[in-house]
Write a protein that binds this ligand. Structure first.
Ligand code: UDP
Length: 329
């Protein structure tokens, strides 16, 4: 299979940087496009070019793509915090949907034939039943989910004209850090459960809040399907290979383990891995949280032959904690 140069938008960010590592490790030529609004220069490994550019600048992106002879794009750049999308939806539609529209236009101008898009389980909203397969109706309950679903729709309609093929990977809850310690989650105002809890474990914050204990779940807290970021990154490399090998086929795939873990189960596991209890404060529900989101990953496994390596919950937590300790030190 040919390995054209790949452009990774948001490649200096959390998930994007792990995809860059996976591509680089597998011998792909990678160019990162990132405006460093959330990403960090240090997250881009040696030997990978970083272009500081806004993905929403279509003219600039078309030049970057053409000059580097890019054959495929992995598009991670965007905003991902649900409550922020509720308070500032205009920004979310601009930074996610409108910027993606510009990027897709640039890709068409430059003749890029393959696009892999970071989508989300938030496109499903709050389904009544789990596990969630890709045929579950998409009914987002927040602007973040809509901003991603609108981009999916745009890709679907344009791919139908034959301009390119695309893959939409719908991530469940991404967690953990590179097992070799080369990258991990960095961010000022962390909001995601394991990141926040690890910050509490290393003393960066006094405690972790538990948002809601009265959900219709066995222990009353929300259930999520936490996937190790490096397993997600390996799914991206496989998805890219599939797009190149089957250029007339596009796909939408859930990315999760098909395993539900409650907030309290996560925190109990963290206490165990940490070797000391992390202070928790039980509190009210956070707006917009569906009670449970668990993926069916049958299609991901069957279509791509994906074989996760870091699925064990303690392994996910250990990697996140190691990374947090390194950041704190
Ligand atoms: N959560 C929590 N305390 C926190 C952060 C999150 O109890 O400090 C809960 C949140 O209410 C949800 C689950 O953990 O039930 C996962 O939330 P997260 O923000 O990590 O991801 P989301 O599912 O919203 O994308």
């Amino acid at each position: 299979m040919s390995k054209p140069p790949v452009l990774v938008t948001g490649g200096a960010g959390y998930i994007g940087s792990h995809a860059v590592l996976a591509l680089h490790d597998a011998g792909w030529r990678v160019v990162v496009a990132d405006n460093l609004s959330n990403g960090r220069r240090e997250a881009v490994p040696d030997g990978v070019e970083l272009v500081e550019v806004d993905v929403g600048d279509g003219a600039a992106m078309a030049r970057v793509l053409a000059e580097r002879n890019i054959g495929a794009i992995m598009h991670f750049a965007g905003s991902i915090v649900v409550p922020e999308s509720v308070s500032d939806p205009h920004f979310y539609y601009r930074n996610n949907t409108v910027a993606s529209h510009a990027l897709v236009g640039a890709a068409m101008t430059a003749g890029v034939r393959h696009i892999l898009f970071s989508s989300t389980a938030a496109t499903y909203g709050a389904p009544d039943t789990v596990p969630i397969d890709e045929d579950t109706p998409t009914r987002p309950i927040n602007p973040y989910g809509w901003s991603k679903l609108m981009t999916e729709q745009m890709l679907r309609d344009i791919a139908a004209t034959g301009a390119f093929n695309y893959g939409a990977l719908r991530y469940f809850n991404v967690a953990g850090a590179d097992p070799q310690g080369r990258s991990g989650q960095v961010g000022k105002g962390a909001t995601h459960l394991l990141k926040v809890a690890c910050e509490a474990a290393v003393g960066k914050r006094p405690h972790v809040n538990v948002f809601g204990t009265d959900y219709p779940t066995p222990d009353g807290t929300c259930i999520r399907d936490y996937i190790h970021v490096s397993d997600l990154a390996s799914a991206h490399v496989l998805a890219l290979e599939s797009l190149i090998a089957s250029p007339s086929e596009s796909f939408t795939l859930n990315c999760g383990y098909g395993r539900g873990t409650s907030v309290l189960e996560m925190l109990d596991a963290l206490d165990r891995v940490n070797g000391a209890p992390v202070p928790r404060v039980m509190g009210p529900r956070r707006a917009g949280d569906p009670p449970q989101l668990v993926a069916s990953n049958r299609r991901l496994v069957e279509r791509l032959g994906w074989a996760p390596r870091f699925a064990d919950t303690d392994t996910i937590i250990q990697s996140a904690l190691d990374w947090e300790r390194r950041l704190y030190a």
